[in-house]
Design a protein around this ligand. Structure first.
Ligand code: SAH
Ligand code: SF4
Length: 336
């Protein structure tokens, strides 16, 4: 309880030093190089109804799509050429048929390209997790979204926090590098809730932790709730860095949806990872999780941001900074 209150106070406090301290901790644990992850949003079909998300099932005004394997492989080929060493495959939560199709895609990507694969496709069966791991998937991002069970239940009419947490444990047991994280600025969320979000990442000893602001979407039940506060979201990132130490923390794309220099500021407040959007333009605007400038989130734009903050782009795969993978990550960084 004491630690929970301590973290809540850090998040709520006003000391300007917090960002600089987190930036120092980031330098110590991760070095200067920023890891670029290329995200392919391969399908916006979703069977769930999360209150904050534009892909929710009840948003019937959205045209749905699923990219073909051929289209995805073409995108990966171009991404690898431009220096991307991790591909994040993300989608809404779709049918069970997805298991074998996605396994085939993972195998094809691993056969043809030298990239790590992160999956971000929501809660699935144990069998799916196993099949994808055997096919070659390296990492899995399954954000808990809200660690307070009551808050979680209010926003997720058809999924449970327990399923998400037991899913995360199962993924870890299968040898995935795992990531969780939450949304900052959800209605009714307290400082203690945010503190338990950071502590949940610590409890699961995650390899990556993603925190970003809530972004208001007009076609959702949260259409009237203002977007999350930039400073508060940055403070959560900073505190996460101080508490979690050697983990990958992204400057979530949602930061740029609440402020033009949002991600740049997150990178200077403890974050060490940034995502470029690789989804082809014709699908791009349909992956409408929340309103943002996703079409402009190219590898070239990321390179501009890094130039501005004088940080290099990492050349290695950006594996976990913990456990056996850490040795490989270190070796790759040192070029041996
Ligand atoms: N369906 C998968 C992955 C796609 S959603 C899943 O739910 O895990 C990817 C992430 O987008 C979610 O984890 C959620 O944290 C984030 N997200 C969705 N809508 C959002 C919004 N309005 N504001 C901020 N983040 C949002
Ligand atoms: Fe679907 Fe994920 Fe959006 Fe929830 S957050 S509605 S599961 S895409």
């Amino acid at each position: 309880m004491k630690q929970m209150e301590h973290i809540a106070r850090l998040i709520e406090g006003s000391d300007e030093d917090l960002y600089a301290r987190a930036d120092d901790a980031r330098r110590r644990h991760c070095g200067e190089a920023v890891h670029l992850r290329g995200i392919i949003e391969f399908s916006n079909v979703c069977s769930r109804n999360c209150a904050y998300c534009g892909l929710r099932r009840d948003n019937t005004s959205l045209q749905r799509y699923t990219m073909s394997e051929e289209e995805i492989l073409m995108v990966v080929a171009r991404a690898e050429e431009s220096g991307v060493r991790t591909i994040v495959l993300q989608s809404g939560e779709c049918d069970a048929e997805q298991t074998d199709r996605l396994a085939g895609l993972i195998r094809a990507v691993k056969r043809e390209f030298d990239v790590a694969i992160t999956l971000s496709v929501g809660v699935k069966s144990r069998r799916s997790y196993r099949v994808w791991r055997q096919a070659g998937a390296d990492r899995y991002l399954l954000k808990h979204e809200a660690a307070n069970p009551d808050l979680y239940a209010k926003l997720h009419p058809d999924s449970s926090l327990d399923d998400r947490l037991s899913g995360l444990a199962a993924l870890r047991a299968l040898g995935y590098q795992i990531g969780n994280g939450s949304i900052v600025g959800l209605p009714g969320q307290t400082m203690m809730d945010l503190s338990s979000d950071v502590l949940l990442a610590q409890q699961f000893d995650v390899d990556m932790a993603a925190f970003g602001p809530f972004v208001r979407h007009p076609n959702t039940p949260l259409a009237r709730v203002p977007s999350g506060d930039l400073a508060l979201s940055l403070r959560v990132v900073a505190v996460a860095r101080l508490i979690l130490g050697p983990v990958h923390i992204p400057a979530s794309t949602a930061f740029d949806a609440v402020a033009p220099d949002g991600r740049q500021r997150a990178l200077c407040s403890g974050a060490n990872v940034i995502m470029a959007n690789l989804t082809p333009v014709r699908y791009n605007r349909l992956y409408d999780i929340y309103p943002d400038n996703r079409a402009q989130n190219s590898v070239a734009r990321i390179k501009e941001i890094l130039q501005r903050i004088e940080r290099p782009m990492a050349r290695d795969h950006g594996h976990s900074l913990k456990g056996p993978q850490a040795t490989e990550a270190r070796r790759e960084r040192q070029g041996v």
